[in-house]
Write a protein that binds this ligand. Structure first.
Ligand SMILES: Nc1ncnc2c1ncn2[C@@H]1O[C@H](COP(=O)(O)OP(=O)(O)OP(=O)(O)O)[C@@H](O)[C@H]1O
Length: 254
């Protein structure tokens, strides 16, 4: 199998608290990998480790055949990211905001127009960022991640705070990206209903531990095996999380 990202026992501890616990991910080249888990599961922390924003306590990872930490800079050049709510210069236009990033990254001039076009913001490029709707701000954040068409995109809950039509809009956009250019996407969410519409593969995280990793079909098979309907994956996800929480409580009592 051709993997773009693999992690080996990736672990992050804050003092005595284990935020990410021995997580080994396998993200196929060209796939959309949905990283799913309730609030506080450790999704953002994992993504921040992949981006070199926080150091792993244990474990390591490979991205496009490059190993962290030796190849940190080479790895970063290949990733576009959207972590939490991106901030912009409110008094600059969308286009000017992207222009600032493209200069910092030393990308070709046409990368700004290309990114605006990819996210469907070309006609609003000259509007001040402070006048953008929330959905447009998320699109601008994605445009920032897409500058220079990086082969890997790491998107941390890009639909956070959006209304249903905004969620739909961003979901369609993310889903369309591998068709527009050759990229691999790691996207997090706490809603399976959202992830199952776009992801090829899914990793389910709870309290820092990976409870499931596999394709949507494999998750459907797990659903049937455990007595759920194959079309009711949200319940399978919630029951996996509930069972893990109950097991944790039991272990804590012993
Ligand atoms: N700098 C830090 N110091 C201490 N604990 C932290 C720190 N950063 C994160 N944590 C803790 O690690 C756990 C995982 O947090 P993380 O933000 O990775 O979860 P998440 O799955 O992204 O959640 P959400 O969906 O709410 O964003 C949480 O309990 C959080 O409080």
């Amino acid at each position: 199998m051709d993997y773009m990202i693999t992690t080996e026992h990736l672990t992050k501890k804050y003092k005595n608290f284990v935020s990410v616990n021995n997580v080994s991910l396998h993200i196929r080249k060209g796939s959309i990998y949905g990283f799913l888990g309730p609030n506080g599961a450790g999704k953002s922390t994992t993504m921040k480790m992949l981006l070199g924003l926080t150091e792993p306590t244990k474990g390591n990872f490979f991205i496009d055949g490059k190993h962290f930490p030796e190849d940190r800079l080479e790895i970063l050049k290949e990733i576009g990211s959207f972590i939490e709510s991106p901030s912009f210069y409110a008094n600059l236009t969308g286009r000017e905001n992207l222009d600032v990033i493209h200069r910092i990254l030393g990308l070709p001039k046409d990368s700004v127009e290309d990114a605006l076009e990819l996210v469907g913001l070309t006609e609003f490029g000259n509007r001040l960022a402070k006048k953008y709707s929330l959905g447009m701000k998320q699109r601008l954040g994605l445009a920032g991640a897409l500058l220079g068409r990086p082969p890997i995109l790491i998107l941390d809950e890009p639909t956070n705070g959006l209304d249903p039509s905004g969620i739909h809009e961003i979901r369609d956009l993310v889903k369309s990206l591998p068709g527009l250019y050759d990229c691999t996407i790691l996207i997090s969410s706490h809603m399976l209903s959202e992830i199952e519409l776009i992801a090829d593969d899914i990793g389910i995280l709870n309290h820092g531990r990976l409870l499931f990793e596999g394709s949507l079909d494999e998750l459907r098979q797990t659903a049937v095996r455990t007595g759920f309907a194959a079309n009711n994956l949200e319940d399978v996800f919630l029951s996996m999380v509930d069972k893990d929480n109950a097991d944790r409580k039991q272990r804590a009592k012993l």
